[in-house]
Design a protein around this ligand. Structure first.
Ligand SMILES: *[C@@H]1O[C@H](CO)[C@@H](O)[C@H](O)[C@H]1NC(C)=O
Ligand SMILES: *[C@@H]1O[C@H](CO)[C@@H](O)[C@H](O)[C@H]1NC(C)=O
Length: 252
């Protein structure tokens, strides 16, 4: 009787151990993925983006690029990025054509829309209205930066944005509604954002792990931006850093 009991128990334990190994293996299989598979990386250099920063300070007071690292910072007391704008302060790498800003500058700041300034208008940008697009970048947010959007998919309808990734008290959030990563401060993370315009879907990956899949928010004109754009409850100083920024498009 007791021999039978022990052999049964041994059998059960063996089965449990095998199950644990199986579950462990299947978890290991769902490890990080490469979200850029099937996408083509597009040319990207200074001609493809411009810096939006408080209109009354020189660019090098809010943005630097050295050793491959873009650093964007802004203060809660800063001015908007243009005289006519009523938005919160921002320093953003805008991977879009300069057209609208240029018109704004021409209308309101014609004095500083000089030849020297016009010379710096990027001739390229990645505004898009269809297809499947992807932003990739390695981001870094130092402790203390809070109440700020660090990456956005610009353009929606009736809203202004399709996606905002914000930092509140050290957490990375989808707008202010969902925590994606509890603790984001002081560590480089790989960010991939996929925007399927036709399918109206947005996917976000951190370090190769899917953290958000949500619906688009309409609109016909989109672009990627990253940096710091003050939101509610913003800290006095806001900063984010970026490297290896890529814009990709799904190949046919
Ligand atoms: C960026 O790349 C384009 C080609 O895609 C080239 O024409 C342009 O001169 C480059 N600009 C800079 C600043 O390197
Ligand atoms: C962040 O923390 C501060 C202080 O603890 C708190 O007042 C604020 O509500 C928090 N913000 C969010 C969005 O949780």
């Amino acid at each position: 009787m007791s021999t039978l009991f022990f052999s049964k128990a041994k059998y059960t334990i063996t089965i449990i151990i095998h199950l644990i190994i199986l579950v462990h293996r299947s978890l290991a299989l769902s490890g990080p993925v490469d979200p850029t598979q099937g996408f083509v990386s597009l040319p990207f250099n200074r001609s493809y983006y411009h810096i939006q920063k408080p209109y009354d300070v020189p660019e090098d007071q809010r943005y630097s690029f050295s050793n491959g690292i873009h650093k964007c910072w802004v203060y809660s007391t800063d001015k908007p990025h243009s005289l006519s704008s009523r938005t919160e302060p921002r320093t953003e790498i805008a991977i879009q054509l300069f057209e609208t800003t240029c018109v704004e500058y021409r209308t309101h700041l014609h004095l500083i829309c000089s030849d020297r300034f016009e010379h710096h208008f990027p001739p390229y940008g990645y505004g898009y209205s269809s297809g499947v697009w992807q932003f990739e970048g390695y981001g870094y947010v130092p402790t203390g930066t809070s109440g700020v959007c660090i990456m956005q998919v610009f353009g929606a309808s009736p809203h202004a944005t399709t996606l905002m990734l914000r930092v509140y008290n050290g957490s990375l959030m989808y707008y202010r509604s969902q925590v994606l990563i509890e603790e984001i401060y002081d560590e480089w993370f790989r960010l991939n954002v996929i925007h399927d315009v036709d399918g109206s879907k947005v996917k976000v990956y951190i370090d190769g792990y899917p953290v958000l899949e949500t619906d688009g928010r309409g609109g016909t004109s989109h672009a990627f931006k990253c940096g710091v754009y003050a939101q509610n409850d913003d800290s006095f100083y806001m900063e984010s850093r970026w490297r290896h920024i890529k814009v990709l498009r799904k190949s046919d």
